[in-house]
Ligand binder design. Sequence first.
Ligand code: 0L1
Ligand code: MG
Length: 280
Amino acid sequence: MTEASTAYSPAPEGGWTIETVAAELLRCEDERIERPPFTDEWPELDLDTGYAIQDLNLQRRLERGEKLIGVKLGLTSRAKQQRMGVHFPFVAWLTDGMILPVGDPVPQGKLIHPRIEPEIVFIMGEGLSGPGVTAAQAMAAVESVWGGAEVIDSRYQDFRFKAGDVSADNASSGAFVTGPIGLPPESLDLATEAVLVEVNGVIVDSATGAAVQGHPGEALALAANDLARRGHAIEAGWIVLTGGMTDAVFAPPGSSTAMHFTNLGSVFLNGGAAPDSGDD
Ligand code: 0L1
Ligand code: MG
């Protein structure tokens, strides 16, 4: 397998800025380069500075032809917060370039060190503008609920980062796939909707929707309110990934992962082939 490159850029003379971090992160993503977190050299890189970098790179993604299709939440569950050492949730962008068609393998040739996590996914029937959005208001704006899997990929070596690094890196965005069943939100109890995480035929983890901020509707409200602070609103038709319900599992070439939801069906992900094998 071709290892991801470590040919990362050193800090520019005068130190990192919003613009230079943004450019370096997109280059690392495009060229499969992993690097140390910027906070090693720029400790003042905080969540809001990370958001400014994230927004700049959203503009660059749109300029190169990607379409904004929604948002994803990061670190909404205790399992994720404990693993990553960042103890609050945050929001990042989804573009159509991140959609993984159902049945496609993990795109190893585009990713550095993919991991997979189960998610409750919303498709919005109406827009949502914060501040002050409650979970009940948020759920009333949802058209349908889906099970899903996010293939996360950090541009940082060993997924080592602080809040500013990971918000700048669009919350480790990589790809995502949704399951086979979309249900109206009123038809199921999302707090008790369970998922079993299966890797190579073995169940390795499980959770219910309550793992996500007590209820995924709370995560959706949090997204609307956090985006309002940044001058944005959730739009009708958007997809919202509410955050990993469990810790993410490794997704090496040749692996086989499935997320089995109680009512939302199963999502299967084939780990695909190594980038240099010619049949990726
Ligand atoms: O790399 C990470 O785990 C940060 C992104 C978190 C994504 C999530 O919690 O769904
Ligand atoms: Mg996620």
